[in-house]
Design a protein around this ligand. Structure first.
Ligand code: FMN
Length: 371
């Protein structure tokens, strides 16, 4: 893939300190395996928003999947359906939500960005309802676009890619054939809201960013809660006070996370917050997390520290880039297989066995997570 595409996939904001914390946080925890447990029969089945799934994982919303593969959103949705887990479609996706909704067997979630007048999100929710979208996730941490320096390097102006970017694309004909055969990706779900003269690829993204109100607040959460009848999640929280506040806001869950390290720099990771967040919410609703999930062991650590489910962004995207829907499905299957194998190593047979008691913090002199 061209460098600018890989940067878009892997990059973070600023010094990428938040991004690197997302992986480092997992390395802070070590397992204390149990032996002499009958682990012949293991399962990771668990409910996600009340419905059983083979693993408590969700494909995270990622915008611009069309830059990785033509029809990327549909291919990811197909992979998620095959794995029996939800696919979250981004407001900045490139396929119409109506076209994703018809993927057989799909649990279709919608990620909402707020921009422009209220009529825009109201219209998106109306369409989501008609499509049978199961759950709505409002992204709360991206009203101000993160300082992604690699992003600025790809262009010479707002609407013009740099000669180096064009050269880079030309040097990757296989990628170009697989992604650009319909032209540059279009933000199909929202492009009609963009003024006609600003609908080019780069410019439409800028226009949408400019319309994102920096005043987004709990008042908007209340308005959306009133309007959306299905499960409603807040995505992108990283502060315990906000988790407490979410409990009283009428939402059905929170997705802790830092947008894959692409927004606030030098932030903690969702995993750092998870044990205390779980303590606060108890069983009142589902704390989920996103950030840094690459292997089955990561999934197990997040579950043991209190997550009801994890959202994986880049992991299925790597699969998508490598081999389309089959590649994304393979990435999700690897997560499941690795997790089930490791559960056997740990003496755990089901979700119920994945508790803080299994973990010690290497960071805090190997103190058990349970105390
Ligand atoms: C390429 C890319 C695009 C993303 N686009 C969105 C988006 O449109 N909306 C959103 O809420 N989060 C977006 N995110 C954040 C993801 O939903 C998720 O929180 C993050 O990727 C989790 O970290 P991981 O990639 O390490 O799994 C994006 C992340 C990546 C890597």
């Amino acid at each position: 893939m061209p460098r600018f595409v890989l940067e878009y996939l892997e990059g973070g904001a600023g010094d990428e300190a938040t991004l690197s914390r997302e992986r480092a946080a997992f390395a802070d925890w070590r397992f204390m395996p149990h032996q002499l447990v009958d682990v012949a029969d293991r399962t990771l089945e668990a409910p996600i928003l009340g419905k059983i799934a083979p693993i408590p994982a969700v494909v995270a919303p990622t915008g611009l999947n069309g830059l990785f593969r033509r029809r990327g959103d549909i291919l990811l949705a197909q992979a998620a359906a095959k794995a029996g887990i939800p696919f979250t479609q981004s407001t900045m996706s490139n396929e119409r939500m109506e076209d994703v909704a018809v993927v057989p067997g799909l649990r279709h979630w919608w990620q909402l960005y707020i921009f422009g007048p209220d009529e825009i999100w109201q219209e998106l929710l109306r369409r989501a309802e008609t499509c049978g979208v199961e759950a709505l996730a409002l992204t709360t941490n991206a009203q101000i676009f993160g300082n992604r320096e690699w992003d600025a390097r790809t262009r010479i102006s707002r609407s013009m890619p740099s000669p180096a970017t064009l050269f880079d694309a030309a040097r990757h004909p296989r990628w170009a054939a697989m992604t650009l055969s319909r032209g540059m990706p279009v933000f199909r779900n929202v492009i009609d809201f963009v003024p006609k003269e600003r609908r080019s690829f780069f410019d439409s993204a800028f226009w949408i960013r400019e319309q994102m109100p920096q005043s987004l607040s709990w008042r908007d959460v209340a308005k959306i809660r009133q309007r959306w009848r299905g499960p409603f999640l807040l995505k992108g929280l990283l502060n315990l006070e906000d988790v407490r506040r979410a409990l009283d806001s009428g939402v059905d869950g929170v997705i802790l996370g830092s947008h894959g390290g692409r927004q606030a720099d030098w932030a903690i990771s969702a995993l750092d917050l998870l044990p205390q967040a779980r303590e606060i919410v108890g069983d009142r609703f589902a704390p989920m997390m996103s950030g840094g999930i690459r292997r089955g062991t990561d999934l197990l650590k997040a579950l043991a520290l209190g997550a009801d489910a994890v959202l994986a962004g880049r992991a299925p995207l790597y699969g998508l880039c490598a081999a389309g829907a089959g590649g994304a499905a393979c990435a999700l299957e690897l997560l499941r297989e690795e997790a089930l194998d490791e559960m056997g190593q740990l003496g755990a047979v089901s979700r119920a066995d994945l508790t803080p008691e299994l973990l010690v913090s290497a960071h805090q002199g190997f103190r058990p997570a349970s105390k």
